[in-house]
Design a protein around this ligand. Structure first.
Ligand code: SF4
Ligand code: SF4
Length: 378
């Protein structure tokens, strides 16, 4: 997997660049998707290095650019990066908790050419919002939502769903309508990073999910296009996996704060991938020739049952990180699939969650990160 290959004419361009500007974040979400070793990764690319990454990505064909984190607003050079992205012709999206998006900063980002803002909420109630993020941010997020609207940006609100807030899905939709969101992404928890650590506390019941989906469908009929409701399916309750990243190394390129390039923002957790750094290689080399980007590209890597399955063009065998996390081998079929010989392991995770809630919930923090990973980052 670590070797470099010759470029293949079958490799299309990356369409999406995700710039994870920093792993620093003022919030402590129990479902945070950042790697749990975030506190061991303290180096960040400089402004000039990010500009170089964006220029190379645009030259390769990328058109959409997400500024993410951690909290990207913690970077003082965000305005400069947005302005450069605009000059290069990217469509830009800021993915934020809202902390730090003052009216003055919003104005500067607007002037720099930012196209779109995605604001995360934890719940429709102050109690749960503040509990799940371990911060007092509920009112702040409401103010930020108004600031986003004042700038005329289309607003996507994002709320991660789990057993604590699924019963509030109607209130969450009402809140999004009140705040004037154009889109509401109701994202059932994906169990990576801190969400994997806290999976037993977050795991809903099938009844909760069915009820929430029915509520979402009722609202869709009632409100039409006033606010588009996206209900991201709950992996562990499906019998087919998601088409993760639309296929490994197919359209998505993520660059971590320290410059590691990844086909998906969780790939750091996979052993033996030898992720290449933008500090040592060009993006074209990384995208076309690196072992990491070619490891699961296309179909040659697939084992049975995926290899001979007629659905492999649809879901690409599912998620490599999930396959590794649950079966111990990233090249296995995603065990969410009912055709996987390890599918029972997913069912067991769901079944056994209630009995394991005596294990304390872990809020994302630097201290917890260092406890979980006593060794320095490689
Ligand atoms: S999920 Fe929460 S803690 Fe993690 S980066 Fe987003 S806002 Fe920060
Ligand atoms: S066996 Fe593989 S390709 Fe077939 S449906 Fe399951 S995950 Fe998809």
């Amino acid at each position: 997997m670590a070797g470099w290959t010759e470029p293949s004419h079958r490799t299309g361009p990356p369409l999406w660049l995700l710039a994870e500007l920093t792993y620093r974040c003022p919030l402590h979400c129990v479902f945070c998707y950042n790697p749990t070793r975030h506190a061991r990764i303290t180096q960040e690319l400089s402004t000039a290095e990010w500009v170089n990454v964006m220029q190379q990505a645009r030259a390769l064909g990328a058109a959409q650019l997400g500024f993410s984190g951690g909290e990207p607003l913690l970077r003082d050079d965000l305005e400069e990066l947005v302005a450069e992205a605009r000059r290069l012709g990217f469509y830009t999206n800021l993915i934020t908790s809202g902390v730090g998006l003052t009216p003055a900063r919003a104005q500067r980002l607007h002037d720099a050419g930012l196209d779109h803002v995605q604001l995360s909420f934890q719940d429709s109630t102050r109690e749960l919002n503040d509990f799940l993020s371990h911060t007092r941010t509920f009112e702040l997020k409401q103010r930020v939502a108004r600031t986003i609207k004042d700038q005329g940006w289309p607003m996507v609100m994002n709320c991660v769903l789990h057993r604590h807030n699924l019963p509030h899905v109607d209130k969450i939709i009402e809140m999004a309508l009140d705040l004037g969101a154009e889109y509401l992404e109701l994202a059932n928890t994906q169990y990576y990073g801190w969400a994997w650590v806290n999976r037993d506390h977050l795991m809903p019941t099938r009844e909760q999910l069915l009820h929430a989906e029915a509520v979402v469908n009722q609202y869709r009929e009632r409100i039409g296009n006033r606010c588009r409701l996206l209900f991201v399916v709950p992996d562990y309750f499906e019998d087919r996996p998601k088409a993760c990243m639309n296929g490994w190394g197919s359209v998505f390129l993520s660059v971590a704060p320290d410059g590691l390039a990844m086909p998906c923002h969780n790939a750091r957790e996979l052993p033996g991938l030898a992720l290449p750094s933008v500090r040592e290689h060009t993006l074209a080399e990384i995208w076309q020739r690196s072992g990491a980007f070619n490891a699961f590209r296309g179909e040659d890597w697939m084992r049975e049952p995926c290899r001979s399955c007629h659905e492999r063009h649809k879901d690409f065998g599912g998620c490599r990180c999930q396959a590794f996390q649950i079966t111990g081998d990233a090249a296995n079929t995603d065990p969410v699939c009912s055709k996987s010989p390890q599918h029972e392991r997913v069912l067991r995770l769901v079944r056994e969650a209630p009995a394991r809630r005596h294990i304390p919930i872990v809020f994302r923090s630097d201290a917890e990160s260092r406890l979980l990973h006593p060794e320095p980052a490689p």
